[in-house]
Design a protein around this ligand. Structure first.
Ligand code: ARE
Ligand code: CA
Length: 484
C-alpha cells in the first residue's frame, strides 16, 4: 500500500483542490502529463450535502450524503473519462476518501446527486446507512480527547459529523464497494481522510478487501492501491502516526512545519544536512510529504503556520527543497485564491465551479492559483524526475543559511536564505558543460532566459544566488530543460 505506482520516470503528486473532472482531464493532457507529474489528489468524488446556507463552502465536500459519484466536480461519466485520459497521459489519480463519517446536522438536507437524509435518525437511504451503522453512545470529540483519550477520538464525532462504525460488517461492505468501484474505474489509490478517527484494525480489514489496480489502465498485475492516511501528529497526542504505518503510508505534517520554519528564516538551513528521520520524521517509505494542505493553508485542521502561496518567495524555496531532497513522497498544493477561509472555489450564481483559465504565460486565471504551473515548481518536478533514485551527495553549507547539494551526478541545487549574496565555487557533480538554471529562466533554443552556469571538467562551477534575487535558489540538471 506504500507504492504510488507512478508511471516510469515520474514523481510528485499535486492536489487539484476543487477542480472539475473535465478540467483535470484536460490538464493531464496539456500540462501534467508532458511535464512529468506523477499523480493528482482529487477532491472527494462522492455525493455531499449542498450548503447554500454557508454559500457553498469548500468543506461541504467533507460531508457525505452517499457514495454516488456526482458532485460539483462532475458526474460518474465525467469521472470515468478523466481516469481514462489521465492514465493515458501517464498521470495517476488518488481519491480523497471520506469514510469516517457522513454529514453533521446541517440546515439543509439535499445532496449534490439529489439524495436526502434524515439526520436526526442517522438515516442515509441512498447508501443505505441507518442508526445501527454508527457509533454509540453518541458523543462529540473535545479538544482534550486528542491529548488523552484515543477511544473518544475514534468513536465520537469529529466536529459533529455522524460517526460511522467501521467494525460493523455492513459499513465495511459499503465502504469497500465504494472504493472498489473507484479502483475498477482506474484510480491508483486513496488519501484516507480523518484516518486518526478510525481504528487501525478496522482500516486494515477494509484495505485488505480492496481490489488490485485495474490493469486495463496500465497498472502492473497484482498492484495494490497506494494508501496515504491523514493522521495529524506533531507529537504529544493519545494517537500516534506510528499506529498507522504498519497498514499504509501516512501524511507527515512535521515536514511542512519544519520547512516553513526554516525557509521563513526561523531555523538555519545548514541544519537540513540531516533532513529525514533524524528530525523525528517518519521513515522515508512511510511518508507523504508536503508544505501546506487544503486545511492548514486556510487555518483549518489546527493550522500550523505553514508557508502558503501568500508568501511566495519562501514558499517556493521550501517546495524546491521538498522536491530536490530524496526524502519522502512529495505532494504539491494547487489552490484557489481566498481571503475568507470558509469560501468555496470560484463559482457562478448557480454554485457551479468556474474553470481555471490559462493565461498566455501559462499561469492560471479566474481565481485559481495553480502552484503547479509556477515555473519554479514544475521545474523542480522535472529536477526530481531527472534525479531519479540517486541519493544525496556533496552537501555544502556556509554554516548559516546557504546550502547546496547534488543528486548523484544528475542534478545540483543551491539555496540562499541569508541576507548576503551566495557567490561560491561549488562542486555540482555534473558533466562539464553549460547549463541553464531552471529556476530563474527557461532554455530557449541554445540560450537561457535566466542564469547560465558553466561547469568545468572537475565538476565545479561558480554559483551565484544574490540575497535580493527574485528567487532564493538555483537548480541545474542533465535533463534537456537545463543542458545548453
Ligand atoms: C464543518 C464546520 C463545523 C461543523 C461541521 C459539521 O466547519 O463547524 O461542526 O462542518 O457540520 C472540513 C473542515 C471542517 C468542516 C468539515 C465538514 O475543516 O471545518 O466542518 O470539513 O464540512 C482534525 C482531524 C482531521 C481533520 C481536521 C479538520 O483529525 O482529520 O480536524 N481533517 C480532515 C480534512 C478536513 C475535513 C475533515 C477531516 C472532515 O482534511 O478538510 O474538515 O472530513 C489537532 C489534532 C488534529 C485535528 C486538529 C483540529 O491538531 O491533532 O487531529 O484535526 O487539532 O481539530
Ligand atoms: Ca470515527
Amino acid at each position: 500500500y506504500k507504492n504510488p505506482h507512478y508511471a516510469p520516470g515520474r514523481s510528485v503528486n499535486v492536489h487539484l483542490f476543487e477542480w472539475k473532472w473535465d478540467d483535470i482531464a484536460t490538464e493531464c493532457e496539456n500540462f501534467l502529463g508532458p511535464r512529468g507529474f506523477g499523480g493528482i489528489q482529487i477532491s472527494p468524488p462522492n455525493e455531499n450535502v449542498v450548503l447554500w446556507t454557508y454559500n457553498r463552502p469548500w468543506w461541504e465536500r467533507y460531508q457525505p450524503m452517499s457514495y454516488l459519484l456526482d458532485t460539483r466536480s462532475g458526474d460518474e461519466a465525467q469521472f470515468a473519462d478523466m481516469l481514462r485520459r489521465c492514465n493515458s497521459a501517464g498521470v495517476r489519480i488518488y481519491v480523497d476518501a471520506v469514510i469516517n463519517h457522513m454529514t453533521g446536522e446541517p440546515p439543509e438536507n439535499v445532496g449534490t446527486a439529489g439524495s436526502t437524509a434524515t439526520f436526526s435518525q442517522w438515516d442515509y437511504p441512498a447508501v443505505p446507512f441507518t442508526w445501527e451503522h454508527f457509533n454509540w453512545p453518541h458523543c462529540v470529540i473535545d479538544g482534550m480527547d486528542y491529548v488523552n483519550d484515543a477511544w473518544r477520538v475514534r468513536n465520537c464525532e469529529l466536529v459533529g459529523l455522524k460517526d460511522l462504525n467501521q467494525a460493523n460488517e455492513h459499513v465495511r461492505n459499503m465502504i469497500v464497494n465504494f472504493m472498489n468501484h473507484l479502483i475498477d474505474l482506474g484510480v491508483a489509490g486513496f488519501r484516507i481522510d480523518a484516518a486518526k478517527h478510525m481504528w487501525p484494525h478496522d482500516l486494515e480489514i477494509i484495505y485488505n478487501r480492496l481490489n488490485n489496480l485495474n490493469t486495463a489502465h496500465g497498472f502492473p498485475a497484482n498492484a495494490r492501491p497506494y494508501i496515504y492516511q491523514e493522521v495529524i501528529d506533531y507529537g504529544g497526542e493519545a494517537i500516534s502516526r506510528d499506529e498507522y504505518t504498519p497498514i499504509g503510508a501516512v501524511t507527515e505534517f512535521k515536514v511542512g512545519m519544519e520547512l516553513s520554519r526554516a525557509f521563513r528564516g526561523n531555523n538555519q538551513l545548514k541544519w537540513l544536512e540531516s533532513w529525514g528521520p533524524q528530525w523525528g520524521l517518519l521513515e522515508h517509505s512511510d511518508a507523504l510529504t508536503f508544505i501546506d494542505n487544503h486545511d492548514n493553508e486556510r487555518g483549518h485542521g489546527g493550522g500550523g503556520a505553514m508557508l502558503t502561496y501568500k508568501e511566495p518567495r519562501p514558499y517556493k524555496g521550501a517546495i524546491a527543497f521538498l522536491l530536490a531532497h530524496p526524502y519522502g513522497e512529495p505532494q504539491i498544493m494547487s489552490s484557489f485564491a481566498f481571503h475568507d477561509s470558509e469560501i468555496g472555489p470560484p463559482m457562478n450564481h448557480l454554485g457551479q465551479i468556474i474553470s481555471p483559465s490559462i493565461n498566455s504565460d501559462g499561469s492560471c486565471g479566474n481565481g485559481w492559483v495553480c502552484q503547479h504551473r509556477w515555473r519554479q515548481v514544475f521545474a523542480m518536478v522535472a529536477f526530481r524526475n531527472v534525479a531519479g533514485n540517486t541519493g544525496l551527495n556533496d552537501w555544502w553549507s556556509n554554516g548559516f543559511n546557504q546550502i547546496a547539494f547534488c543528486r548523484g551526478g544528475n542534478a545540483f541545487v543551491a539555496f540562499n536564505n541569508d541576507s548576503w549574496d551566495l557567490n561560491q565555487n561549488l562542486q555540482t557533480c555534473l558533466p562539464a558543460g553549460r547549463y541553464c538554471d531552471v529556476i530563474s529562466g527557461v532554455k530557449a533554443g541554445n540560450t537561457c532566459t535566466g542564469k547560465t552556469v558553466t561547469v568545468g571538467n572537475d565538476g565545479r562551477a561558480i554559483i551565484n544566488v544574490g540575497a535580493l534575487d527574485y528567487d532564493m535558489m538555483l537548480a541545474i540538471h542533465i535533463g534537456t530543460e537545463s543542458r545548453l
